[in-house]
Every structure is written in C-alpha cells, then in structure tokens.
Design a binder for this molecule. Structure first.
Ligand code: HH2
Length: 270
C-alpha cells in the first residue's frame, strides 16, 4: 500500500518498539499478538502510520546484530501489513529496511540519517518515503556523549540539507526530515531547535518531530518517569506543529488526537 506524507496536513505516527529495552515501552510488545493488538489500537485511535523499531536508541542500549533485529521486526511488519496497516520500519540498517519493504512496510525511518550509502539505494529502489533524522555522529554511543554545537539549528539544518541531496541524487521519491530531538542534544539544544523549527521547515521537505516521553520533555515538564510525560509531549508537539511540523511520532495517539481537535477548534476562532 503506497504511503505519502503529502496526503494529509498532519501525519500521526504511532510508536511500536518490539524491543526488550526501549526507554518507554521496552518489553511490552515483543510477542507478535501483543504488538499487532497495540498497533490496531493506535490505528483506531487515529494513527496514520505505525513505526516499528527493533533496536533501542536510548543511551546505553545494547547493540543488536542485524539477524536479531530482523527476527524482532519482520514477523510484526508482516502481520501488520496483513491487517492492512501502514507500517514504517525504524532502522539504521539497509538489510533490515530492504527485508521489511519486501514484506509490506511502506516507509523507512532512518535514525542513521541516511549515512549508510546503501540505505538511499534501498529506499530509491522501493520508491517509498524516507525519514532522515539528524544525529551528530553515526555511532549512537558517540551521539549520546553530546559533543556540543556552535549553532545547533544551523548544524542540524546543514546536515538535513546535505542528506536530502544524497537522497535526491539516489532517486528517492519522497524525503521527510527530522531534527532528531534527544539524540546528542542538551535540554537547551532541544528547546532551541523547537523554537527555530521554521528554519528546518524552510528546507522544503515535510518535518517530523519525535519528542514523545523523551528525557528533555521530562525535564521541562517535571516528570521523572517516561510514562508520565504524555501531557508535556503533547505540548511540545503542538508547539512544533504551529512552527510547521507536518508529522509527529508519538506513544499516546488518543491523547494527541484529542489535543489536536481542541487546538484546531481554538485556531478556527482565533
Ligand atoms: N526517536 C526514537 C526512535 N526513533 N525516529 C525518528 N524519526 N525521530 C525520533 O525522534 C526518534 C525515532 C527514540 O525513541 P523511542 O523509539 O521511543 O525509544 P527507543 O529508541 O529506546 O526504542
């Protein structure tokens, strides 16, 4: 089933981590039936796309061999496609992306920012949209060491522009860009990026923002536990949408749908 971020003003992406160790939902959806039930629940609540991930990117997460990542995601991707759900595969590995595309995924979400040259050709070959996310380094350990920026907005924008060019040169049909909130960024860096999201949006591709339950959201909202951070996540996403974001990646789909309905009613009377 082809998918395009251009088909709607806002795409709600529901998060489905089939990992034992993700920071918020780790271990909850490792069984295919549980994963499918949760995905259907998110779709019914209003998610347009289900983002399946088999490798946690949280600081300190163990690296997962390609075979193990495939064992985790492939049965779930296949089952969701059979259910008729639109699926994106959240991976840095071209081999994982290629296998999932062959089994019904319709978007690649590359938290490696298309740094692996094979990823662009896999996506181009399948003619599906790719999400290019910023990280300051290819390696997640280095990324989370938080090297620091001279000008975080300019550096993130430059990376996303350059990697968009890589995608276009490879023949990728649709690019979505993502500032990579929480990836090697301080609380201040994340807030600066959200405050200047118009600069990222001005690059011309739809912008996806993924703040859901992240540590900086807990810091600004005063919520120590990841599962208590949905209200602050919603606020961050609404602010991002107001600044031009065209997609949000969320755990709490129903909460976002309710907040967006209220937000849109208020805006029509502003
Ligand atoms: N964040 C995470 C994973 N994938 N993809 C995009 N495009 N943007 C993001 O901000 C993003 C992402 C990390 O969050 P999560 O999947 O909830 O946790 P974990 O990496 O521990 O599985």
């Amino acid at each position: 089933m082809p998918f395009s971020f251009h088909d709607r003003a806002l795409t709600i992406v529901g998060i489905l981590n089939v990992t034992p160790d993700s920071f918020s939902d780790g271990g909850r959806f490792v069984h295919v039936d549980d994963a499918v039930a949760h995905a259907v629940h998110m779709r019914d609540a209003g998610a347009h796309l289900i983002d399946v991930g088999g490798e946690s990117t949280r600081p300190g997460a163990a690296a997962v061999p390609v075979d193990e990542e495939l064992d985790r995601v492939l049965p779930v991707v296949r089952a969701l496609a059979v259910e008729g759900l639109a699926v994106s595969i959240d991976t840095r590995r071209p081999a994982v992306a290629e296998a999932c595309l062959a089994h019904g995924a319709c978007v690649v979400n590359d938290v490696g920012g298309l740094r692996d040259p094979d990823m662009a050709s896999v996506v181009a070959q399948a003619q599906v949209p790719v999400v290019i996310m910023h990280t300051p380094a290819p390696d997640l350990d280095v990324t989370h060491r938080n090297v620091g920026y001279q000008d975080v907005v300019a550096e993130v924008a430059a990376f996303l522009r350059q990697q968009t060019d890589v995608a276009v040169a490879a023949g990728v049909s649709e690019v979505v860009i993502d500032p990579g909130l929480g990836f090697g960024k301080s609380v201040e860096d994340n807030l600066t990026l959200i405050g200047h999201l118009d600069v990222i949006a001005a690059l011309g591709s739809p912008v996806l923002v993924g703040a859901s339950r992240k540590r900086f959201v807990g810091a600004i909202g005063g919520a120590a536990e990841a599962h208590d951070r949905d209200p602050a996540s919603i606020v961050v996403h609404l602010r991002s949408i107001a600044a031009g974001a065209r997609a949000v990646r969320v755990h709490d789909v129903a909460g976002h749908v309710q907040a967006l309905a209220a937000w849109s009613a208020l805006n029509t009377h502003a």
